[in-house]
Design a protein around this ligand. Sequence first.
Ligand code: PLP
Length: 398
Amino acid sequence: MLKTNESRKSWRPATELVHGGTMRSNFGEVSEAIFLTQGYVYDSAEQAEARFKGEDPGFIYSRYSNPTTRMFEERMMLLEGAEDARSTASGMAAVASALQCQLQAGDHIVSARALFGSCRYVVETVLSRMGVASTFVDGRNLDEWQAAVRPNTKVFFMETPTNPTLEIVDIAAVAEIAHAAGARLVVDNVFATPLFQRPMELGADIVIYSATKHIDGQGRCLGGIVLSSKDWIEEYLHDYHRHTGPAMSPFNAWALLKGVETMPLRVDRATASAGRIADTLAEHPKVARVIYPGRADHPDAAVVSRQMTGGSTLIAFELKGGKREAFAFANGLDLILLTNNLGDTRTLTTHPATTTHKNLSQDARDQLGISDGLMRLSVGIEHVDDLLEDLDRALSGV
Ligand SMILES: *Cc1c(COP(=O)(O)O)cnc(C)c1O
């Protein structure tokens, strides 16, 4: 039998991330066990019947749920202040599931246009094949959200800060427009992390993470999670998730349980370093501009101060010149790695115009401010002086 500590008091996030959701077997193991099992044995035919009827709380099949993945979900629910959650094999499985489970032919979705590339594919291509119409808006412009509403609008979808230009969308204001229109707001909260932004407290109905990013934070495994109210999960996601199979592997759930334990330490340190690096880059003669949510010169600084409690581990900055200068900078780095992941212990950088956002038209890139000189930097936990030296050396070579 698994023992939980349900009667305990609630703790602060850093404590929940170490202890929350833990279920111990008869062995009393300290660290969470990995239950690598597809199925579960019943004591009797009556117990199997009761479990399938939902009258016995045990597990049925690991595509539905598993003790290790459930521990990960419970821990994330405590952190997010959500009533229920379902984990998925990747962040994109979380996004696709959260949207597809609640939309059907004839519905309409309004989405901010600054979206992670695969999210844009899901909204633009997958949902439209299902017969769901979509409208893309400038997420920062509240009038555009309002004007996009149709009688059949069911969902508003956004991420903030956005990838890669770190635009900020006002979650509370967009939630208000969504609710007045009878729609639900889905927020992809990857860039802010659950530590620095709490979309549900600001009115979001559903929150999504790619656990691949800061939650794992060590470049090991993919994962995702959808968090919401008990009612929404029961009505929309529960059956969809059971029967279409986006389930997270118990092994990855275990790696992610280890990941979240140290997430506050990693994110705090990386954010402190990112603040210093952003300020240094802003002063550098080869840099045209720096976009960082922790700086007073961020175009949406007022919204940042209302809805975020920390800057970000990500920085966007533009080199004077264009692609040639950006590539010279990237190729001149010694320590910082060229890769398109983010939220890692290692500092990573990418040139969005030729990698993550290469599939967008030039027009779409212009609209989003993704110029040929733009670099995205995901700051890790290395010593900040080593990072500053590496950046300075690479910039000098430009
Ligand atoms: C990475 C990412 C995703 C997709 O997550 P995967 O785990 O790679 O599938 C979705 N949204 C945002 C904002 C992301 O950064």
